[in-house]
Design a protein around this ligand. Sequence first.
Ligand SMILES: O=C(O)CCC(=O)C(=O)O
Ligand SMILES: [Fe+2]
Length: 503
Amino acid sequence: MRSSVFRITLYIKLVRYKNRFKLTNQLRPYTVKSTGTRPISEVKPLMAQSVLWLGTTWEYWTKEMQKSRRQKKLERKQLQCREAQATNYATKTPFRDAERNFKSRLPPPNFSNVFDFDNIEDCSAEIKNKIVQVDLSNDLDKEEYKKLFGQFDEIDEKRDLNRKKAYLIKDFPGFIFIRNPFTPEAQKYIIKRCLKDFAKYPNKSNLDTHYALPKEGIWKLHEKVYNGQLNENDSEFYVPLKAFVKEENTEQYNNDDVDESLNIQDNQDVNNQCNNHNNNNRCNNNNNNNNNQCNNNNNNLEKSEPSPSPTVPILSPSELMRKLRWITLGYQYHWPTKTYHLDRQLKFPQDIDNLTTAVVKVIDGIKLPDDDNFIHKYEVSKWKPEAGVINYYQLKDNLMAHVDKSEINMDSPLISFSFGHTCIFLIGGLTREVAPIAIYLRSGDISIMCGIRRACFHGVPRILEGTLPEYLKSNNLKEDSEWDIYANYMSTSRININVRQVF
Ligand SMILES: O=C(O)CCC(=O)C(=O)O
Ligand SMILES: [Fe+2]
């Protein structure tokens, strides 16, 4: 009896042991073993990790060993193929190809398919066929526009035509081009505004991150050096690095800088608009969740800014001027998050506002003949220039492919003015996979992106040396001596002003 009880007990124990072995075998390595009420990973994390590692390694090697050589070879090939595809995607899109062509110095770029609206006759037959000249709905030669675009002393038929016509591209809706309608004097006026008046506090610039710029602007210092009123022995000469300047001396925006007339009423509108447009991250003031994104406008919450570097070079005013890359007008832009600072709406300069308003007025209703897909409609009464970027390019600079999509209102046109050296402007489609077209933008030219083109990739791969118009060079005339310092800057530069409506 005793021995049969013993035998039965042994049998039960053996079965249990066998089951347990089977179970643990199946569980490994994906289950969390439990010790009492707590998982083993809490009690013995090292042991849990080792079990997991051993199990995973074991499974990997047993599977690998079971694979045939053929299968292994096939997998290796697939991996190579996937890697090659990934590199191709990043470096070999049609947009990237076009950028590479125009950036190349040796061999020089192939310019044969560039749209040249100033010399249509010299374009290839293919390009010529695509250019459509249309009448502006209201010409820019009207008396009311003379103070914006300037008045010609003598009859100038070419410039006269520029004020009456626009150019569109067949099968490429949403891009409108107006050939330079400005007089040289009107261009000089805007260039001076960009360098002297706009490139300073409270407008933000790329230099602000690292340099404690003087409030009067870097151009003013540069002028003093140019006129011999300041030299390197003066303490003012070298702009201090922000990394070494105490916080209170580098104060940023205060309420006096923000346009109050716009600020109080409009920020409420802005709040409402933000809440209405459930728009992912365009109007967030910090990284809170979506519901909070737009409610912070009046709280002056700081978006984090990149830290000032103690190792950037200390430069003379004229060297710093050549490092100026961009400034922002109106709503200040926060580049790291690609969003607008809704609590920093500066008054938009009236003269630039007037220029864009004139453009919006004359392009309203423009259409591609025989193509009902493209009619540009944006009533001037709806146009509010709220934000602008001024880009300052040196001859070796470029602007990579991008889409400007931080604005909530993507129905309004984006209006862009070019001054100084000619550039190659690339504009393509909704992805980099669409081959872009290339266009010469010369001094005074106006380009407009609207409709579908407003959301398309574009960029500036090349500034063309030796293309500064004669009238922007120094002419050594006594009465024009004030222009000398600007001519000197423009001898290596291109300036672009682009203006957007945000809401
Ligand atoms: O410089 C240009 O013509 C284009 C500038 C531009 O695309 C931008 O600032 O977003
Ligand atoms: Fe852009």
